[in-house]
Design a binder for this molecule. Structure first.
Ligand SMILES: [Zn+2]
Length: 233
């Protein structure tokens, strides 16, 4: 399962810009207030029927239908500047944590900030890797009968862009940082990768299988999407 890039979209049909608000989520990429107010943005035209705002890689990207006139796009962006600014504000409240590794600093563990009594990065990595391994292995035990996978080849590493993976040979791998997340979220990731032992894609059938083992998986996905900037060392 890939660590979701924070692609926060506001979709709307060109004729019904009101729909924008219903699809927006917290933007966590850099976008300075100036971008929104000065109307600086990149337009990506394609054969789509809707205009879509996206805040990505520090800039505002407008995905637009092929022949939508630029003044309409500018108007749309201007109308949505409140939304864009709100997203920037939310971003500022929620920027990526940069740990200092100093005494009595708190670190996330099982979804809660705690003083673990460990303050060097190296020791913390060992701690999280051990914890993640213990927790995930217990969960794999729990689902042992439901899925077939190579138990001897489960690995734990600090990945930058994924929470877990499952190879064609059903070898499972998990991000060693997972023990920062809550137990429910860890279990969802385990279920997600186990479900890949049966279905390699993210089809409806796949999500159906995930749902049958993880009833609140949607909340977990949301949590991972919103907290990816916190789950790291
Ligand atoms: Zn997946």
């Amino acid at each position: 399962m890939k660590k979701k890039k924070t692609k926060k979209q506001a979709k709307t049909k060109t004729k019904k810009p009101k729909m924008l608000k219903t699809k927006t989520r917290v933007a966590t990429t850099v976008l300075s207030a100036a971008v929104a107010t000065q109307n600086k943005f990149k337009i990506v035209r394609s054969r789509r029927r809707t205009i879509c705002l996206e805040i990505r890689g520090g800039e505002l990207v407008v995905r637009s239908p092929l022949y939508c006139p630029k003044f309409l796009i500018s108007k749309f962006v201007k109308e949505k500047s409140a939304w864009i600014n709100k997203k920037i504000h939310e971003y500022n409240q929620k920027t990526r944590i940069e740990y200092q590794f100093k005494k009595s600093e708190k670190f996330l563990y099982l979804g809660e900030k705690k003083d673990l009594g460990i303050y060097t990065k190296h020791e913390l990595q060992d701690f999280y890797k051990n914890e993640t391994s213990k927790i995930v292995k217990n969960l794999l035990q729990k689902y042992d009968r439901a899925f077939t996978f190579d138990k001897s080849k489960v690995t734990f590493k600090f990945y930058k862009s994924k929470w877990g993976s499952c190879t064609a040979k059903n070898r499972l791998s998990f991000n060693a940082i997972l023990s920062m997340a809550s137990p429910t979220v860890i279990e969802y990731i385990v279920v997600h990768e186990l479900a890949h032992t049966e279905i390699k894609n993210h089809s409806k059938a796949f999500w159906g299988l995930v749902l049958s083992h993880s009833s609140n998986y949607k909340k977990c996905r949301e949590y991972l999407r919103d907290n990816r900037d916190f789950l790291h060392l």
